[in-house]
Design a protein around this ligand. Sequence first.
Ligand code: NCD
Length: 303
Amino acid sequence: MTDAGSRHLLGLADLDDASFHQLLERADALDAAPPPPSLTGRTVANLFFEPSTRTRASFELAATRLGAHVLNLDIPRSSTSKGETLVDTVRALQAMQVDTFVVRHRDDGILRAAVSALGNHAPSFVNAGEGRSEHPTQGLIDALAVQRRFGDCAGLRIAIIGDIAHSRVARSSAIALSRLGAEVCVAGPVSLLPDAPFQGARLADGFDDAISGAMVVMMLRVQRERMAAGGAPDDAAYHAEWGLTRARLARAAKGAVVMHPGPFNRGVEIASDVADGPDSMILDQVALGVPVRMAVLEWVANR
Ligand code: NCD
């Protein structure tokens, strides 16, 4: 999406196919060779209004390794905690020559609203996780991880299991993986399923239906922070019914791998021995965070 010259990555749903594949190829190449100083002279601001470890650290490392200046705004100590809007914060930082904004925020639609409010003066925005809508760089990471592992993904069966309703990762990853030709399904407790149909995925009929024949089993965290008090399921009961154990993993296809965007809760959605086991790709996903975000930062800078 471009707006008067600035390029943004707000979601994968509206990213054209050529750019999608270009980003995956570039991330793969950046992972293989020492990164070039392609962002010298640019300044990237990380505005994280929600907690983050992997996403924030990898955006910072990606920008630094490409030679950009990085500003990590300490949100609780910034003027946003005095009631300033995102748009006014962005305008103030733009006045100090910040040109790329990496934003994580709980409100769906806030990035599109900011782009439209800033009009011709909009800087480049990258969505680092917005509400329940999209987490496009995580979708790219998951697509690249699966592509590198399996090569041609046409017809590859992928199950995304857990708290689908609150997951922006499920949305972006289903879009990304289905674009590679994979057959994606989602499953979770009825109370954690989305009300609306899901782009890029079929709704499976429970855990067994989802996992049987799957080559990739992607587990998701129960996102308590998005639920009303008392609305989250009990950990032990959740694990008994929806946790990925070795016994359950045995029902997937032979050679199946396990994924999770993190942070994961041991003994809740995933058993410790599965998370640490030989089929786990969890740390491969984390490692790809840096080259994927390098590719995205270059792409929004049109480099
Ligand atoms: C996810 C997120 O924030 O959407 N984590 C991530 O970025 N790797 C998933 C989560 O918080 O459960």
